[in-house]
Design a protein around this ligand. Structure first.
Ligand code: FES
Length: 138
């Protein structure tokens, strides 16, 4: 693991919330992801920050709602298992959040997925991203 793959200290990932960050794929497309705590090894998961139901951000900037080890979609309330990403209730039932591979080393969470490179803490600053209330642009 190196400084280029390091996301954040594991202890900075909230128990009932999320840590939002941006990564880049090999085609220079930026992708928003969230880190959430998980009871299973290595103690954390990374999920694409988009509900599969209607392209809604799960973490809109203040951390995702996490209740009973499930991420709650802010738009219609579907619950996604924090460890598996699976949803078994609400309008997103039957879907699974896409995830990326992580590694924890020396107390730090690292991106360990060849598809993505860590860019920065926080989300993508665009007006029309997932969670935007406007779907019309002029
Ligand atoms: S947008 Fe997430 S459940 Fe509908």
């Amino acid at each position: 693991m190196s400084e280029e793959t390091r996301i954040v200290d594991l202890e900075a990932v909230p128990e009932n919330g999320s840590y939002r960050f941006t990564a880049e794929d090999p085609f220079a497309n930026e992708t928003e992801l969230i880190l959430v705590s998980c009871d299973e090894d290595p103690g954390v998961r990374a999920w694409i920050n988009t509900c599969p139901h209607e392209s809604q951000r799960l973490d809109t900037g203040d951390g995702a709602a996490v209740r009973d080890d499930a991420i709650v979609c802010p738009r219609h309330g579907s619950h996604f298992d924090a460890c598996s990403g699976e949803c078994d209730d609400g309008p997103a039932a039957g879907t699974t959040l896409p995830g990326v591979d992580l590694a924890v080393e020396d107390g730090a969470v690292h991106l360990a997925d060849d598809r993505y490179a860590f860019l920065r803490e926080g989300g993508i600053e665009d007006e029309d991203g997932p969670g935007s209330t406007s779907h019309v642009s002029f």
